[in-house]
Design a protein around this ligand. Structure first.
Ligand code: ZN
Length: 228
């Protein structure tokens, strides 16, 4: 099966900081979220290769970002931004024109949008359409996410925490996986989730030997097992 090529596009960069407020710069936040999202996707899902339009603090024009994804023959494009202008919460965009794969593009966006709202707790500002260059010029289904308002005190406080940037990233990974029906890797049972480790108890024994026996079984199957 051909590999799924997911392009992530951290908004702004270099001499373009994007929105700036409350001691935060959009270009820094979008890069961190995109890098974390890439790592989560590679860690959790099979058959997906993630490429970033930029991995450093460099400037790229909007057309260069779209051309990068087109050249790669990407399956899907996701641009990551932080909002500004006095609002509160999360919104997502697809291209507003009329085009062949619009209903598919919208369905993919809806799945991603709903997971991000559910996992981040952002106020839902809605599923929107706009004539944005990165969405218009990409030839594959494309979405742009606006992850909170940098000039909203509550949103900015949320965005100041690295654990919350990871939470937003993991929500992007989960949402894209749901949208595209990616397969979970077999050995990804216990994973760091936004800085928290979830534990699953698989047995309770009166006899330590029996516990050690099960732990050995689990280790053979590739699960990290700890006896408490
Ligand atoms: Zn932006």
């Amino acid at each position: 099966m051909a590999e799924f090529v997911q392009v992530l596009d951290p908004g702004h960069g270099g001499h373009d900081p994007g929105a700036v407020a409350n001691g935060l710069r959009e270009k820094d936040l979008t890069l961190k979220i995109a890098l974390y999202t890439r790592d989560y996707i590679h860690e959790l899902y099979e058959g997906v290769k993630v490429y970033l339009t930029r991995e450093q603090d460099v400037f790229l024009s909007l057309s260069e970002r779209a051309a990068f994804a087109n050249r790669l023959g990407a399956t899907h494009f996701c641009s990551i931004h932080i909002n500004a202008g006095g609002g509160d919460g999360f919104e997502s965009f697809i291209y507003s024109g009329s085009y062949a794969n619009k209903s598919k593009t919208n369905a993919l966006r809806n799945a991603l949008h709903d997971v991000i709202i559910a996992e981040t707790g952002f106020k839902d500002r809605g599923k929107k359409e706009a004539n944005l260059a990165v969405l218009r010029e990409t030839t594959m289904p494309a979405v742009l996410t606006e992850n909170g308002f940098i000039d909203n005190r509550n949103n900015a406080d949320f965005l100041k925490s690295d654990a919350n940037l990871r939470k937003i990233a993991l929500a992007h990974a989960h949402g894209l996986a749901k949208a595209h029906d990616w397969k979970t890797k077999a050995n990804s049972v216990s994973k760091l989730s936004a800085g928290k480790l979830y534990r699953v108890q698989v047995g309770a024994f009166a006899n330590r030997e029996n516990a050690e026996c099960l732990a050995e079984e689990l280790k053979k199957k590739g699960y990290p097992a700890i006896i408490v």
